[in-house]
Write a protein that binds this ligand. Structure first.
Ligand code: XBP
Ligand code: MG
Length: 432
């Protein structure tokens, strides 16, 4: 063989290699296109094709999650596809192109299928079976079939699609950790679900005073001052301590106040039944929407559980009590609002972080309680008694949640809101 011949042979070899490399790149690009299909459905982007006589006879892309099948790797699906198409469980004289170094499961299936050659793109340093971690391919003589393997074809593109996929997934995880979604709406009752202080509780207190032959009377104005103390019994004690009314000669003032307050509660519930108090605009609309969307509903109130049950039953029906995952009411805690205790109790029962909750209150006292429990998403709907209070720290201050006949008026807030507050507004508010 002269030197010219050697040169020709080398040139021929070189051109064959180039042709083969171009072929490999061409087919690997087809496998990469399939990897994108996996990515589009949220699967790890790996694609595979099986080629015989310059024709694709099988294709697959990663789908273990979608198909609920741990074996649904791109290679396995390509092998199954080819077997079906050519009607044979053996696939000799074929080349499997896959974008990632096959795992041990796929390597075994490849050998079992009698595939002649595997060409892969990116290496898999965590589980590759072509030498990165395990060494099943090229197969050794212990197997009854010899499959050769070669890596690194379009390796950069094949790794990039994987890196970008995992980076996006990490970003999403960070995002969802940093920005929790809104999961629960926590409603105060008095002043918030109903505007009931002036024409409900106050009237009931005065009727109870009359029945107990007390010459006490709480005017609309005086009651406004007394509202700085939450809880009916605490309010009565505060009145006695600071307004010095004529108090009957009783041995135990505390139990007298309890009796008086029990009577007030009964009168209040009678007033509710007589229909003196209705839900505030937008409340039943928003509750309905939250139920449809599966948000948790919670009551966080100073008033008693029996008052809450009467109110919900009358206005929303006998089943309404069950709409609420947690009802935190009255004496479940000893320190009433503005102490955070009742909100803390509700959050403990709810087993959700404060950051996933939004509280609805009507007063600065309620706002303080919610914020002190870590709830930074608070919407205030003011009443005549609370209008003008300091609502610093609330995300939104309105005169009501608004409905089709009574649109709401915005008093303050971090975003401009429409005339009816719906869940879309609340999700937006929560995300900011
Ligand atoms: C409500 C109250 C309650 C009611 C009376 O506060 O302070 O005391 O006025 O209810 P919040 P009871 O809305 O902040 O929870 O008489 O049943 O205690
Ligand atoms: Mg209130």
């Amino acid at each position: 063989m002269d030197s010219n011949q050697i040169d020709n042979t080398c040139a021929n070899n070189e051109s064959t290699d180039k042709w083969q490399n171009d072929q490999d790149k061409y087919w690997m690009q087809q496998a990469l296109n399939l990897a994108q299909k996996a990515e589009a459905i949220g699967e790890v982007p790996v694609g595979a094709i099986l080629v015989q006589d310059n024709k694709i006879i099988g294709q697959g892309w990663n789908q273990p999650i979608t198909l609920h099948d741990p074996t649904a790797h791109a290679e396995i699906l390509a092998i199954r596809d080819a077997g079906k198409r050519i009607g044979n469980y053996r696939l000799p004289n074929t080349t499997l192109y896959c974008t990632l170094e096959p795992c041990p499961m796929c390597a075994s299936a490849i050998i079992n299928a009698r595939i002649a050659q595997v060409v892969y793109g990116a290496i898999d340093p965590k589980g590759g079976a072509c030498g990165s971690v395990f060494k099943l391919l090229p197969s050794d003589q212990r197997f009854n079939h010899y499959t050769i393997s070669k890596g690194g074809v379009l390796a950069d593109s094949c790794s990039l699609i994987l890196q970008q996929f995992f980076q996006k997934r990490r970003n999403l995880e960070i995002d969802s950790k940093e920005k929790p979604t809104l999961q629960a709406l926590l409603f105060d009752v008095d002043g918030t679900l109903v505007d009931n202080e002036r024409d409900g509780h106050r009237v009931a207190f005065n009727q109870a005073f009359a029945e107990f032959d007390l010459d006490w009377y709480w005017s609309v104005e005086l009651y406004g001052k007394l509202l700085q103390v939450t809880g009916g019994q605490e309010r009565l004690q505060y009145f006695v301590d600071n307004w010095y009314p004529l108090v009957p000669e009783v041995i135990d003032l505390k139990s007298f106040i309890t009796k008086l307050h029990n009577r007030k509660t009964a009168i209040y519930q009678k007033l509710l039944k007589q229909g003196h108090i209705s839900l505030r605009p937008g409340i039943s609309r928003l509750l309905e929407q939250a139920r449809t969307e599966g948000l948790k509903l919670v009551i966080v109130t100073t008033t008693s559980l029996s008052n809450v049950e009467s109110l919900l039953g009358l206005h929303l029906g006998p089943e309404a009590i069950k709409w609420f995952t947690v009802i935190a009411a009255g004496s479940q805690v000893s320190a009433k609002k503005p102490a955070p205790d009742i909100y803390q109790y509700a959050l403990d029962q709810l087993k959700l972080p404060a950051s996933t909750c939004m509280a609805f209150e009507d007063s600065a006292i309620g706002l303080q309680a919610a914020r002190a429990a870590g709830i930074t998403n608070v919407v205030i709907t003011t009443t005549d008694y609370t209008n003008g209070q300091d609502f610093t720290g609330a995300k939104l201050v309105l005169n009501s949640l608004g409905d089709s006949t009574k649109p709401c008026r915005q008093i303050a807030g971090i975003i401009q809101v429409p005339e009816q507050i719906d869940l879309a507004v609340l999700h937006k508010l929560h995300s900011l």
